[in-house]
Ligand binder design. Structure first.
Ligand SMILES: *Cc1c(COP(=O)(O)O)cnc(C)c1O
Length: 351
């Protein structure tokens, strides 16, 4: 079954080879204080710079998931409170985790079809961090880099944290526009779940040190102290990190992937535009995701399309949360081949 689910999503076809190599190379039993592991960590970070254009002064840290990163940010970085701009279920979960840790947390909810009105955006001084879900997987919307840039210019004194769980390694991110970026590997990295990535810029590291929070297993200062020698604060998911390194070695530089995903998305959108009964979930081009396509229609039709796709060996991603009955989602992730996208388009053209 070929899955177009938006996470966990299709893994790269070469994965069995990577797994066999991991076993043969003895990496699965490598001690995480050994040079074998430290070299693996260092090389993975170097590849993140080479392939995804992570700047030299931004540091790669390993966690267990994007969800864990929500907690780490509030617990270890935010001084008084974070201000969240969100449109869907993942952004809502983030603000809820943040509120639980820091009750002064607040934010605004926008529509998935709406872009952030930066000129009209007012954020009180008491908020020291702005939290943005760059790619809202639940409703297939995205915040384009130009909006991040405008927010950066308007609020230069505040930290910016960006959830790119379903866009990192899919689209080209301009890392210097924010201080904290994170993702999980089961989306655009085409890997099995169980590894979270957290990328910190210099301002975020400085504020973490100033805050000085420590004592918990995932206190960021503890993580950073270990990372200074390419180690981790606990026995990490070495297999996940090894697989990440192999994927990074094999993928093209991000601008090529970005271009390809954009072209594929236009083809998918055109296919839906020609349908008599299916519509795009986000009908505003400026806020539509590049990596996740959302399709909506009458409940009966959505369920029929999903069933008929399964008969042809394709699993469409279900709608998320409140959108479940009236939509399906398609992951336009790099591990899905162009031929597989074409096959899906042929199928969807019938409706
Ligand atoms: C999938 C997803 C998450 C959660 O990722 P986990 O690895 O399950 O913690 C968070 N944010 C967004 C935007 C996502 O797509």
């Amino acid at each position: 079954m070929l899955t177009f689910a938006a996470g966990p999503s299709k893994v790269y076809d070469v994965l069995p080879q990577y797994l066999a190599d991991a076993y043969a190379q003895g990496i699965l039993s490598a001690n995480h204080r050994s040079s074998v592991f430290m070299n693996l960590y260092q090389e993975t970070e170097r590849l993140m710079r080479e392939k995804l254009h992570v700047p030299e002064d931004y540091q790669l840290l390993f966690t267990s998931s994007a969800t864990e990163n929500w907690e780490i940010i509030s617990q270890s970085i935010v001084e008084s409170a974070s201000f969240h701009i969100f449109s869907g279920s993942f952004g809502k979960k983030w603000i809820e985790f943040a509120k639980y840790i820091l009750p002064g947390t607040d934010g605004i909810k926008i529509q998935p079809t709406q872009v952030i009105d930066v000129p009209g955006l007012e954020i009180d001084e008491k908020f020291d961090l702005i939290a943005i879900t760059q790619n809202e997987t639940s409703n297939a919307s995205q915040v384009k880099m130009e909006y991040l840039e405008a927010i950066r210019e308007k609020f230069p004194e505040k930290l910016i944290a960006v959830d790119t769980t379903s866009s990192m390694a899919g689209i080209e991110l301009k890392f210097e526009l924010a201080d904290i970026w994170y993702a999980s590997v089961q989306k655009c990295f085409g890997l099995p779940a169980g590894l979270g990535l957290l990328i910190l810029g210099p301002k975020a590291k400085e504020q973490t040190q100033q805050k000085g929070e420590r004592g918990r297993y995932n206190s960021l200062n503890f993580i950073l102290e270990n990372a200074a020698s390419y180690q981790t604060h606990y026995t990490p998911n070495v297999l996940g990190i090894y697989l990440l390194k192999r994927v990074l070695q094999d993928i093209p530089e991000i601008q090529h992937t970005d271009q390809n995903l954009r072209e594929r998305m236009v083809k998918l959108e055109n296919c839906i535009a020609q349908s008599s009964s299916l519509r795009l979930l986000v009908d505003h081009e400026l806020s539509r995701s590049t990596t996740v396509l959302g399709v909506t229609g009458p409940e009966e039709l959505i369920s029929r399309v999903k069933k008929e796709a399964e008969k042809e060996g394709m699993q469409l991603g279900s709608g998320y949360g409140p959108l479940k009955p009236t939509s399906f989602r398609i992951a336009n992730f790099p591990a899905i081949t162009d031929a597989e996208i074409d096959r899906l388009i042929t199928f969807l053209s019938k409706y």
